[in-house]
Design a protein around this ligand. Structure first.
Ligand SMILES: *Cc1c(COP(=O)(O)O)cnc(C)c1O
Length: 427
């Protein structure tokens, strides 16, 4: 059944005249999966309608924040109530304290939090804070990690053994990129070498403890422990970027659930419940280096915005009930069992799932743990499958390198259908 997408197409053409590629963020332009981006007109729970009136089950969910689904009634009510009391104060409000308490209660090793407006801003501030506290210039990141779009982090591995970064975006001077060192994931030896050569200049290492922006590259606990040990040994701070993983798999951080501790944690997405929020957390000692107590400057007109905080508080209030994570795991198991059954003969269908995050890697062999190991044919298969799923009313993120999110709003039936339709499209 072909859908009619006339209105989305017309809107997109108009948008392309007014905005570069018609979008406010690049992957929304559907460049890799082809076709026209859909215009969302309204959404509730697991579903949305596009401008032409087609209905879809949404598995992109705004790229992660909507763990309760679209427009959860309690979150919308909290937002409405907050909005009536003022859209922005640019001053202190009690909601900051309430969300801070909720977040810190879930991160036992963290003592203080500062609120900002996006994940990018949280990470950018965390890097500056680490440099300020350590009085060292360099940072270490990992190939396949995404940490938002600040200059220090738009860096990819250079050539040669010791990997000074090269900028991965025009507009980032090579001299900035040279302050970032890039290392492959899943490789203790490469890690040890880098610390040996650069340890005393390294302000911080930053990693997604569950890398989820270049496929789902789950790391071995031993590797994370090695990274922790090397940071401690060399006096570098360890930053866990939990913008996606925070509150996704349990009420708190993914790394905490593995028993590996960071010095600074960055959050975003779920803690804003669908509204713009980011946060960084650390020990009191580290956080006090931020202005006005310390010399590391950071500020924000809309930081601690009361409407965003209200959405975050309402979301965390619901998530504090363990039932949410039990339900998400059970939906995930339905997906696994159904897809396994439906694709028993298709040896190239592989996937990795942790709780409500899953990633299809449509290629034979082991699931990758490094960016290098992601197979190009897996992306080609995904790109062909994506439009077929749209025709069946299923919306996955429009890129093979993005993960699929389940929410508490999805039903067992929907998630079973997802697996059946994926299998059908791939056959
Ligand atoms: C989404 C994301 C960011 C950036 O957050 P924005 O709110 O998009 O700026 C940073 N780090 C990770 C791990 C993310 O998934």
């Amino acid at each position: 059944m072909r859908r009619v997408t006339q209105k989305s197409e017309t809107l997109y053409q108009k948008a392309c005249r007014l905005m570069p590629a018609g979008v406010s963020s690049p992957v929304r332009a559907f460049k890799s999966v082809g076709g026209t981006p859909l215009y969302y007109s309204r959404a509730a729970g697991s579903r949305f309608f596009d401008a032409d009136g087609n209905e879809y089950v949404d598995y992109c969910l705004s790229w992660g924040p909507l763990i309760l689904g679209h427009a959860h009634p309690a979150v919308v009510e909290a937002v409405k109530r907050a909005a009536r009391d003022g859209l922005s104060f640019g001053a202190c409000c009690e909601k900051e304290i309430e969300l801070a308490e909720r977040i810190l209660s879930a991160f036992p090793s963290m003592q203080q939090v500062r609120f900002v407006s996006s994940g990018t801003e949280a990470v950018m501030t965390a890097i500056r804070l680490a440099r300020g506290v350590s009085a060292r210039p360099k940072i270490l990141k990992f190939e396949g990690g995404y940490h938002g779009h600040s200059d220090s982090l738009l860096v990819k591995a250079g050539s040669g053994l010791v990997t000074f970064g090269r900028s991965s975006s025009q507009g980032v001077p090579e001299s900035f990129a040279a302050e970032t060192i890039v290392c492959p994931l899943d490789d203790e030896e490469a890690l040890a070498k880098i610390f040996e050569s650069h340890g005393k200049n390294l302000a911080a290492a930053i990693v997604e403890p569950l890398p989820a922006n270049n496929g789902l590259l789950q790391q071995r606990v031993e590797w994370l422990q090695k990274l922790r040990q090397l940071c401690t040994q060399h006096g570098s701070l360890l930053i866990f970027d939990e913008v996606i993983s925070g509150f996704r798999l349990s009420f708190g951080g993914y790394a905490d659930s593995l028993g590996v501790r960071a010095d600074i944690i960055t959050l975003g997405k779920i803690i804003g419940g669908g509204m713009p929020v980011g946060a960084l957390c650390g020990s009191k000692e580290i956080m006090q280096a931020l202005a006005p107590l310390g010399g590391v400057y950071q500020a924000g007109t809309l930081s601690g915005n009361p409407v965003s905080l209200a959405a975050g508080i309402a979301t965390l209030e619901i998530l504090a009930d363990d039932e949410c994570y039990v339900k998400l795991e059970s939906l995930g198991q339905t997906f696994d069992e159904t897809l396994k059954k439906e694709t028993a003969k298709l040896t190239f269908v592989n996937w990795r799932r942790l709780g409500s995050v899953l990633w299809l890697h449509l290629a034979e062999g082991e699931l990758p743990r490094t960016a290098d190991a992601v197979r190009p044919e897996a992306a080609e298969r995904f790109n062909r499958m994506h439009p077929a799923l749209l025709d069946r009313g299923i919306y996955l993120a429009p890129s093979a390198y993005e993960v699929t999110f389940l929410s508490t709003a999805h039903t067992t039936q929907e998630v079973g259908d997802l697996a059946v339709e994926i299998a059908r499209a791939l056959k």
